[in-house]
Design a protein around this ligand. Structure first.
Ligand code: FAD
Length: 507
């Protein structure tokens, strides 16, 4: 039995595992695929933190609250922003190399992103997530005694004993049964849910299973209606996986254009192409509908080719693979499901409403994002609140003497649920996408329930469709348009809805 079972090895899970191992705890760390498999590895833009003289916590707080459209939990935002420098320091200690300024090697090269009043985005060129994963996985090797790291292990269910979470049922590759893993504490760090939608920037493992897994043991879920759609994923039908065109490219001067070259953001928002993501995503969708095109463009050709290649080597190379030279050609872009602001409700120490169960990273609803996430606040949230979870676990780790040492086994089958998943993704895209209507949501919900009830063919699919259904149920509760929730029936904000909607299963 381990002290801590960490489910997921992205930035959040790895931070918990490393910090816990440093303080002598034994950790079992699981990941669904071969590491690095989560969204962290794909993060391009960077991580926000106040590090420069002219910037201030007050400004970072104000920008976060502004993006959150009235629904951020202010205390949590204060914790996030004020602990950011500490989180960065921790990442540096674990060997993350952020790009430094050309003029001063001791200072970071700070990027500006939409919604931020100052340059405060630390980055490693445009491969920040990859560098973070490299460093944390390298650090993991120093803890082979304290951390058992097992890849290809999917958690299907959590195990509770007298309303306390005491482990999980795990399906490992090549096994025909899911086996119980018992531990004193469980940390859910399963990442986001982008794959529930047809078009997504997220990697294949980001299926939002953490939502249904936690829900079934009675953990409260919150703010699931706030799914962020990234305005600019590369439109390249030949690619198997969507590729993100980072927000930083708009910060770098990128201009959104329609097929005639018209700068359609000019009439939409005073910040034009640098307007907040949700506004840009909707404007692109609306321009696509108005003009009958499948995509719009982002233009950076007015910037020097040398600067583009230096700041965005990864984006430059990927686009070139698709025969687009971004120094000369406009980049075809389309919005895609990107980031889940809500999730499993946690407090300021990442404790869920179930004893013994913590949630960190994208799966957690800390309340820092409110109705919309400010760019580059999510890697930060993952580290800050993972460190706080460790603080709490260190203080309160139960002896575990009372724990069961066995649990039920689950028989697995090899059912291929790809077709069913595609049906769910299509329903989510059509009825719970960037712009929603009550009628559409109700239709989507009905279709999802039919799929959920008709097919318990595999645990994997049950978790997939149930998470989608819970998101739609949450979305239906908010009868207003605010932040990322855009409802045609209720196009205005309504102060009666200045609250968070929570879903809890009766058990
Ligand atoms: C393309 C892209 C670019 C982004 N750019 C930025 C950026 O510049 N700045 C920023 O702040 N944020 C960015 N984000 C968001 C940010 O990357 C994520 O919010 C963050 O990395 C989430 O970290 P995590 O540890 O919670 O999850 P992840 O990194 O997604 O890791 C989740 C882990 O959980 C595992 N897992 C999932 N389900 C199970 C299961 N059932 N059983 C076992 N294991 C499971 C997965 O295998 C994986 O190991 C970006 C996201 C994407 C997709």
């Amino acid at each position: 039995m381990h002290d801590i079972l960490v489910i997921g090895a992205g930035i959040a899970g790895l931070t918990v595992a490393l910090k816990a191992a440093e303080s002598g705890k034994s950790v079992l760390l699981l990941t669904k695929g071969a590491s690095p498999d989560g969204s962290t590895n794909y993060a391009q833009g960077g991580i926000a933190s106040v590090t420069s003289q002219e910037d201030s916590f007050e400004s970072h707080i104000a920008d976060t609250l502004e993006a959150g459209d009235g629904l951020c939990k202010k205390r949590q935002v204060e914790i996030l922003t004020k602990n950011a420098p500490k989180a960065i320091e921790q990442l540096l200690k674990w060997g993350v190399n952020f790009t430094t300024s050309k003029n001063d090697e001791k200072a970071f090269d700070l990027h500006l992103e939409g919604g931020h009043s100052f340059r405060r985005i630390l980055h490693t060129a445009d491969l920040t997530g990859k560098e973070i994963m490299r460093a944390l996985l390298a650090e993991l090797k120093h803890h082979s005694q304290g951390i058992d790291f097992i890849e290809h292990s999917t958690v299907l269910d959590l195990i509770t004993q007298k309303s306390r979470c005491v482990g999980a049922i795990v399906a490992s590759r090549g096994r025909h049964v899911g086996l119980p893993q018992i531990s004193k504490t469980v940390v859910l760090a399963t990442g986001g849910a982008g794959q529930l939608w047809l078009h997504s920037t997220n990697p294949p493992d980001a299926c939002g299973e953490g939502i249904s897994i936690a829900y079934r043991v009675g953990a409260a879920l919150q703010d699931l209606e706030f799914m962020q759609f990234h305005p600019t994923s590369l439109y390249a039908p030949q690619l198997k996986k969507t590729f993100l065109i980072s927000e930083a490219l708009r910060g770098f001067g990128g201009i959104l254009k329609n097929h005639k070259g018209e700068e359609f953001m000019n009439d939409v928002h005073p910040l034009r192409s640098l307007a907040p993501r949700d506004i840009v995503a909707r404007a692109i969708l609306s321009e696509m509908q108005r003009t009958g095109k499948n995509y719009m463009y982002l233009d950076v050709t007015h910037r020097k080719a040398k600067d583009i290649k230096t700041h965005f080597p990864n984006i430059y190379a990927k686009c070139l693979e698709c025969k687009i030279d971004i120094a000369k050609d406009w980049i075809p872009i389309v919005p895609a499901a990107h980031y889940m602001c809500g999730g499993v409700l946690v407090d300021s120490f990442s404790r869920t409403t179930i004893e013994g169960l913590y949630a960190c990273g994208e799966i957690a609803a800390t309340g820092v994002h409110g109705a919309n996430r400010l760019a580059s606040n999510s890697l930060l949230e993952s580290v800050v609140f993972a460190l706080r979870a460790c603080e709490d676990i260190n203080k309160n780790l139960a002896s575990g003497k009372w724990l069961v040492t066995s649990g039920r086994q689950v028989k697995l089958n090899n059912f291929n649920c790809q077709k069913l998943k595609k049906q769910v993704q299509t329903i989510m895209w059509e009825y719970c996408g960037i712009v929603r209507s009550i009628e559409g949501l109700k239709t989507g919900l009905k279709k999802l329930k039919e799929l959920e009830n008709s097919s318990f063919a595999s645990y994997e699919f049950r978790n997939f469709v149930q998470s989608a259904r819970l998101i739609v149920e949450s979305t239906l509760k908010r009868k207003e348009s605010r932040g990322l929730q855009c409802l045609t029936d209720y196009p205005q904000k309504n102060s009666r809805y200045l609250k968070h909607f929570t879903l809890v299963k009766d058990i």
